[in-house]
Write a protein that binds this ligand. Structure first.
Ligand code: ATP
Length: 445
């Protein structure tokens, strides 16, 4: 298992993830996605949206505002309940989660911390809306995307004419003032969620919970996460959130131990009922067969984008010895890889080679994220691409382009990342060959 440090350092060195505000010393719990990181993260969100929304008939999407009417958070229970029990050290003034007090000694006394009784600390970030900063103008940055979906339940139902069972999906930022952010992008104060609220008839809820648990588990594995690094864990009674009837976590075997990647909960009719009560609106579904109004029950698969990115990176990371050299390779699923192909000219100042390589790159840009790199020797260029998970490299050499060379063949080399297998194809065939290859998800050249 790779150490977290190794992943953090690769992410920084190769432009995936940087500390936020790094030039000012960083800012705890906030991270910036660099040029490759934003591609990887967008790819994770794109495949989730494709699989969960576009490729299903029973799902529609939504993109809600981050700041909502504060009544939403009263109705949802977040103002009352969304808190962690905290303790303070009377000497060093550090604050800890009551269930996560570190072993280290107090920095003032050098002995054990002198802890206060536990107090509840609400995790929502507050802000003010409008010109006056007072209680009446207090609003919150959403701590989850789910509530925007519930608040729009009726809008979606009436505009999309959906029949139960159906789901509403949303990807977006969420904010939690976590007391102990850490483990890189695992626990952040600003993060992204990919959430589904799946509305079902009450009697079908158990069945749909099972289905979603299986479906979501398989989804991670279909994008390359090894099944033995995934596990399902059912929440004990005393662990269940206030709204939840039954909940399963999909855990990933992160370097710090098994931890939650996604939670799938049966929320019953809690949210729709609460919002109906607080808003005074009827949030019901008219069953076309029985002509009865019912409050649907909800199954919620709730995934973290950042935790998924981290799990995909960790699972993809491999080190191996190739011809006595150490090779680091990210075996990312081609759909997730930030760059699909790199075009590498073997000589930087031989015009025929450069022209051919430039032409191939320009053709590739129309169809896939591609990169042109001539800034090092071929060995180093390959190593760079392996380390960022690029599935294919195309090299243009003397034989490809120099017509007065008696070995001229007009062909270029395509190299596959994992097997390092190489084939030569006609330069004019490169785009088509790679498009087919990526479409089929096939690794054999
Ligand atoms: P945890 O127990 O780890 O704090 P949670 O049970 O509070 O997580 P949920 O409220 O179920 O998390 O949120 C759903 C998903 O959102 C989580 O499975 C996780 O992937 C993601 N998530 C929650 N909190 C954070 C965070 N602080 N940083 C990054 N991702 C998060």
């Amino acid at each position: 298992m790779v150490e977290m440090e190794t992943i953090v350092s690769l992410c920084k060195r190769r432009g995936f993830i940087f500390q936020s505000s790094e030039i000012y010393g960083g800012f705890g719990g906030f991270w910036d996605y660099g040029p490759l990181g934003v591609e990887l993260k967008n790819n994770v969100k794109r495949v989730w949206w494709l699989d969960m929304v576009n490729r299903r008939e029973d799902m529609v999407g939504l993109d809600c505002a981050i700041v909502m009417n504060p009544r939403v958070w009263e109705a949802s229970g977040h103002i009352e309940q969304f808190s962690d029990p905290m303790v303070d050290c009377r000497e060093c003034k550090h604050r800890f989660r009551a269930d996560d007090i570190p072993d280290e000694p107090c920095q003032v006394t050098g002995g054990e911390h002198d802890l206060t009784e536990a107090r509840q600390f609400n995790l929502m970030f507050k802000t003010y809306v409008g010109p006056v900063e007072d209680d009446a103008s207090t609003a919150y940055l959403r701590p989850e995307t789910a509530q925007g979906i519930f608040a729009n339940f009726d809008n979606v139902l009436t505009t999309m004419r959906k029949k139960l069972p159906f789901g509403i999906a949303q990807i977006g930022k969420a904010f939690r003032n976590e007391i102990t952010p850490g483990n890189f992008i695992f626990r952040d104060r600003e993060f992204e969620q990919m959430e589904i609220e799946f509305f079902v008839k009450p009697e079908d809820a158990d069945e749909w919970l099972k289905r979603w648990v299986t479906e979501r588990f398989e989804w991670y594995s279909s994008y390359g996460i090894r099944k033995d690094n995934l596990r399902l864990r059912q929440h004990d009674e005393d662990e269940l959130a206030h709204y939840s009837k039954e909940c399963w976590d999909i855990d990933y075997n992160f370097p710090m131990g098994w931890s939650e990647l996604e939670g799938i909960a049966n929320r019953g009719d809690y949210d729709l009922t609460q919002h109906a009560t607080y808003s005074g609106q009827r949030l019901v579904y008219l069953d076309p067969e029985t002509k009865e109004h019912i409050v649907p029950h909800v199954i919620e698969p709730s995934a973290g984008v950042d935790r998924s990115v981290l799990a995909f990176l960790i699972d993809a990371y491999h080190q191996e010895i190739v011809r006595k050299d150490k090779r680091t390779v990210l075996r990312l699923h081609p759909e997730l890889a930030p760059v699909k192909v790199a075009v590498l000219p073997l000589a930087r100042n031989r015009p025929p080679i450069v022209e051919m390589a430039r032409k191939i790159a320009a053709d590739l840009y129309k169809y896939m994220p591609a990169m042109y790199d001539d800034t090092a020797s071929i060995g180093r260029l390959y190593r760079r691409q392996d380390e960022i998970g690029t599935p294919f490299c195309v090299t243009v050499d003397h034989q490809s382009a120099i017509t007065d060379d008696e070995k001229y063949d007009g062909k270029v080399t395509i190299r596959e990342r994992d097997s390092m297998e190489q084939i030569r194809v006609d330069a004019s065939q490169v785009v088509q060959k790679l498009r087919e290859q990526l479409e089929e998800g096939s690794k054999t050249l």
